[in-house]
Structures are given as structure tokens and as C-alpha cells.
Design a protein. Structure first.
Ligand SMILES: Nc1ncnc2c1ncn2[C@@H]1O[C@H](COP(=O)(O)OP(=O)(O)OP(=O)(O)O)[C@@H](O)[C@H]1O
Ligand SMILES: [Mg+2]
Length: 217
């Protein structure tokens, strides 16, 4: 469904990607692993259309992402992709429930439909009891699960996560990974995640090892 072929990208003299390829299918969790500086984040951002590679191509659902103009691409990103980062980056003034609801509100989803979807997600992620609290009043793991719920709210076809468990202890990391695996299985979402944690990558369906900007699977 989403494939990156022979991506190259340099930042000045630094070669971040030197011909890296990776593919993820519907309902699959792909883990990008490798040492610091090996190009994992750069690869993820290129696959998500947030960074333009110098060479190679990214194809999503029959469309060459790397050839679309910026407007079309950001529209596609907003509708079809979801993002989770290492630090939950929730809106601090809003409750977890309001944070999860926000992207649906911005996409013009009706209040009734919004509430049903948000309740379902809070429940699936095991944070229904904390839903009325602000991010600062819940644990890091609960906040990160809310960030996953928010990224899932509009039913993206692909969810990208850069070190989603990097700031969590192993128990909370497991809960976040469980949520991502559940998303892949139930909604058939493709998940692309970057991780340093062998316990996390061991549970992925597909692992791509990055080294010096090159990927091997
Ligand atoms: N915006 C940028 N400007 C300049 N160099 C960059 C930029 N982004 C990444 N790089 C360089 O490209 C290489 C790959 O970086 P990248 O962030 O993809 O690595 P990573 O595998 O995600 O590392 P980490 O595990 O530390 O997050 C590194 O040498 C990095 O310093
Ligand atoms: Mg990184």
C-alpha cells in the first residue's frame, strides 16, 4: 500500500538516506530500527510526504507521493495519514477527550458522530476514566495513548509514529504498542514506527534495519 524505493536525501554534506527502500501493507506494523543517525526519522518523514527526498520515489495507493504538488499532498496527508511523536504534544488547555475530538471537529464531523468515535477510542485505549483531565494531570503513558487516539480519530490509512514509546517505561510502552497493533488489526491501518526498543520491534510484522542511510529487511 505504501512503498519507498531507493530514497536518497542529503542535508548539506550529511547523507541521511543513501538508497533506502521499505514497504508496508494494509493492516501491517512496520518497525524502522537502527543506531542514532542512521536515517530512521528521515525515512519516516519521507514516507509520510513531510520531507522531499532528492531521489527515489514514494508510492501510496497507486499515487506517486513524491510527484504530487504541495497542496494535493498536504490534503492527502490530512485525510489519509495520522502522526504520533515521542512526546505526546497534546494541547495542554484541553482535556484528553477534547484533544482526541479536535481533528474531527476541524474536519467538520458532526457532534453526534464525534462523540461516538471519541468514546469508542477512549475506551479502546483504556483512558475513558481520565478523559476529563488535562494532559498535565495524567501519566505519560495515558497522555501518549491519548495522542494515539487523536492520531486515529479520523481513521487514517497509515499511521506514522516516531519513537512513540521512547519516553515511556516498558509497561506503558507495551500499552501504546498494543493500541497500535489493535489499530492495524481492527481498522486495517498500516503503521510505520521508529523504535530503539527490541521488545517493540520484536512484535512488529515487518522490521527494516537502517544503517548509514541504507535499509535492509
Ligand atoms: N534537518 C536536518 N538538517 C541537517 N542534518 C540532518 C537533518 N535531519 C537529519 N539530519 C542528519 O541526517 C542523519 C540521519 O538523521 P535521522 O534523524 O534520520 O536519524 P535517526 O536514525 O532518526 O536518529 P535518532 O535515532 O537519533 O533519532 C543524521 O546524520 C542527522 O544528523
Ligand atoms: Mg530519529
Amino acid at each position: 500500500m505504501l512503498s519507498a524505493e531507493k530514497l536518497t536525501l542529503s542535508f548539506g554534506k550529511t547523507v541521511a538516506l543513501a538508497g533506502a527502500s521499505a514497504t508496508v501493507h494494509r493492516g501491517e506494523v512496520l518497525a524502522l530500527v537502527g543506531p542514532s543517525g542512521s536515517g530512521k526519522s528521515t525515512m519516516l518523514y519521507c514516507m509520510a510526504g513531510l520531507l522531499d527526498p532528492d531521489g527515489g520515489k514514494v508510492e501510496f495507493d497507486g499515487r506517486i507521493l513524491t510527484k504530487l504538488n504541495d497542496d494535493v499532498r498536504s490534503d492527502l496527508r490530512r485525510r489519509e495519514f495520522g502522526f504520533v511523536f515521542q512526546f505526546a504534544e497534546l494541547v495542554p488547555e484541553l482535556s484528553l477527550r477534547e484533544n482526541v475530538s479536535l481533528p474531527l471537529e476541524l474536519n467538520g464531523v458532526s457532534r453526534r458522530e464525534r462523540e461516538a468515535r471519541v468514546d469508542e477510542l477512549l475506551d479502546r485505549l483504556g483512558i475513558a476514566e481520565q478523559a476529563g483531565r488535562r494532559p498535565a494531570k495524567v501519566s505519560g503513558g495515558q497522555a501518549q495513548r491519548a495522542a494515539v487516539a487523536r492520531a486515529m480519530a479520523h481513521r487514517p490509512r497509515v499511521l506514522f509514529a516516531d519513537e512513540p514509546t521512547g519516553a515511556l517505561d516498558s509497561q506503558n510502552g507495551t500499552l501504546v504498542l498494543d493500541a497500535l497493533l489493535d489499530l492495524a488489526a481492527v481498522d486495517e491501518t498500516a503503521v510505520v514506527l521508529v523504535t530503539h526498543d527490541p521488545e517493540i520491534s520484536a512484535r512488529a510484522h515487518r522490521v527494516v534495519q537502517m544503517r548509514d542511510g541504507v535499509a535492509t529487511s
